[in-house]
Design a binder for this molecule. Sequence first.
Ligand code: ATP
Length: 884
Amino acid sequence: MKWYQMNADEVEQKLYVTTKHGLAGKQADERLKQYGPNRLESEKSVSKWLIFLKQFQDFMVLILLAATLIAGLLGEYVDAIAIMVIVLVNGFLGYFQEQKAEKSLTKLKEMSAPSAQVLRDGKWEKVPSQEIVVGDVVRINSGDRVPADIRIVQANSLETEESALTGESLPVQKHAASIDKDKLDAQDQVNMGFMNTMVTRGSGVGIVVGTGMDTVMGQIASLMVKTEKTTTPLEHKLAELGKVLISVALVLTALVVLVGVYQGHAVYNMFLAGVSLAVAAIPEGLPAIVTVALSLGVQRMIRKNAVVRKLSAVETLGCASVICSDKTGTMTENQMTVKEVFLNGKMLYVTGDGYDINGDYFWNKENVGNTFPNLEKMLLYGMLCNNASLIVKKGKYAVDGDPTDGALLVAARKLGLQRKLHDNYRIIKEFPFDSERKRMSVVIEDENNMRFLITKGAPEVLLPRSAYMMKEDGRTLLNSGDESHIHDTIDNMADKALRTLAIGMKPLKKNDSLESAVLEKDLTFIGLYGMMDPPRKDVKKAIAECRAAGIKSVMITGDHEKTARAIATELDLLPENGMVLDGYQLNKMSVTELEDIIDQVYVFARVTPEHKLKIVNAFQEKGHIVAMTGDGVNDAPAIKASDIGISMGESGTDVTKEASSLVLMDDNFATIKSAIIEGRNIYENIRKFIRYLLASNVGEILVMLFAMLLAMPLPLVPVQILWVNLVTDGLPAMALGLDQSEDDVMKRGPRNPKEGVFARELGFKIISRGILIGAATLVAFMLAYQGNPDNLVYGQTIAFTTLVMAQLIHVFDCRSEHSIFKRNPFENKYLVLAVLSSVALLAVVIYWEPLQPVFHTTALGIRDWMFILGMSALPSILFGFTKK
Ligand code: ATP
């Protein structure tokens, strides 16, 4: 017998579990051990050896190794061994960098791993989907991925989208009843939920019958080819640039070699020097450092509660010019409290804050409590048409589920009403809330088998569906006077930034149809709730900071226009001439009409997720780079279409998380701002080390080229050049990747996403510093050498030291877009450490006698150092004054 043929009881018996209690924790642990984690087997990771060997596959490095081998054969043992060691150490460094990047990427993947709601020991808990075992009872809601193959035992308007399995993109309605047929295909097993398919509507409960590779998806996954690694736009641009740089470096080094040979240098010497120079000048490490910088930045972001799902988002973040953010939960606390209740045509005020269950109902300054007609009924209904539960967390009341629902439970509790005291009300059918319908309904049967419907939702949605109104002395027809009174009350509540919710009911007969279209009309309007949801503390400041950084913040909400306007004003988001548009106006506009005014719009109210896509498109058409937040399953298309899709770590659904490139662990708007700062900073840091590395390379090549043109001996020997490449170019460049941001990162406008690598004078800075570093080194060499062959080693040591020191001073210049004097050089302690260790290593090769013949160096005196420091500081200091 197949799972879909069994009824719920049979499945329970077969798997030793009950849907009331779920598995015991211990039982689940044992099954997990026995059957392994619930995941699809991913591709095998590349072996460490291969990654290590990959470091040497670079063409120039291979030539260098060949040249070294020849040097060794010719008896130049010292040079050969020295070069080998340097190349090997370089390979190790590259290997470690790559490992580090790989590790942090894996960690990221783990962080964004999905979780599922599971019933264990009678309690619902959230566990990582990987830990789900056969027999687990799981709950699924719209927006979730089904965590494993499940036999559905409870379905409320449940629909799933199974195109990944069946190719069918229309959602499939799911039921709980067993199917009395044999040999059904997956798409016909409508009482089963399949791993990784998406819940598009409703909710349900199921028992897990297959996990991991033992699922329908697992069978397919075993056939699938491995996924490709994607590169970010910047990595791509740099790879392209790298090709150009390689050609330039090769041409120039070839020139050095040719001129050198022409000037009478030994071919063998020039060849080794040329290859070393090429190895040094080709920035082969650049892409790896970029990846490391990106992933280190990503780790910093995690500490600030922003988890990046796509590395490319880090770059795009720095270009964001508009942030479209949900109001509820992202700009506000999402801790709703009912503050006002409108009932029997009268206004009641409710005391108490947050989810604290202490509070009273006042009418005309009188504590009315249970005595106010219909109040208990309204609160009871609010509690029945509800999906949340009140729990105690750390000694305080908290809500498990939708905060709007939670607020109703707290409001009911203030009158002593509790769900468990009303167990005699059975829910026959539920139409869950979604932002599209803006309402939720339940059909209830009471102890006398009488049925009735309760509907709650946005007042504008409920009122047109109401024909009656509940008053003190019973039900009356809803007349226009009542309606305008209700509308005034809604406006009044909304002006005070309260979220409005209406509630209504309808008596039913036993055989009435249970279709929502038939049910949810001719309602009896009962009353309104006015709920407060205070803005988050740090959001106002974050909006102001974004404005200073040239980024516009836009509020998008399903709430009433006036509620949205009131909160936007409180947050200083809406300028005096700023516009508020609502969903109704949006519907009437074409995208072009919207484009014309969108720069003036700051708030979109009463919108549905569909509108979000239109908003994103209009902003993008205007040339904006848009960050868009979302939580529900219907938000996914807009999130995908935006440049930076942002989902909510706490309240978001799996589907939006998967569509997004950034997850806010705390759902907080202010976190987007922190992520943008970090995004801008990472990009600036990448610019910093590109500038540093390339200027150094320009310097190195120029010294050699001009020395050859001027018929001088080699100012730097091959080992020295390779040492510079390893030590001076390596550590400080990495430290630049960890640099703090400049004070004004959030005072500049967003970066143009189309700007090239050398934009904003970076090209000029590289060439100008490069030329001066080269010139300083060459002049230092000439002054020390003075044409006397006896001075050669001394001259080379001076040139080598000047080059190294010039670069180590220049690294501080690279930290600022403005001038070396702008920043405190000791701020970045990694950089100070990197520079100090480079200086220490320099001292070792100059002063430690055994290494002197290896590196062709000789000890230097104090006067030499004064001279070297003067020469090497010159390039950075000179430009410090021009601020160019
Ligand atoms: P956003 O998170 O985009 O700011 P929102 O929370 O403001 O969205 P929705 O959740 O779409 O907007 O809610 C829109 C309206 O639907 C609310 O103003 C309220 O009247 C009603 N509503 C919200 N939650 C529920 C619920 N659980 N049951 C019934 N109606 C609800």
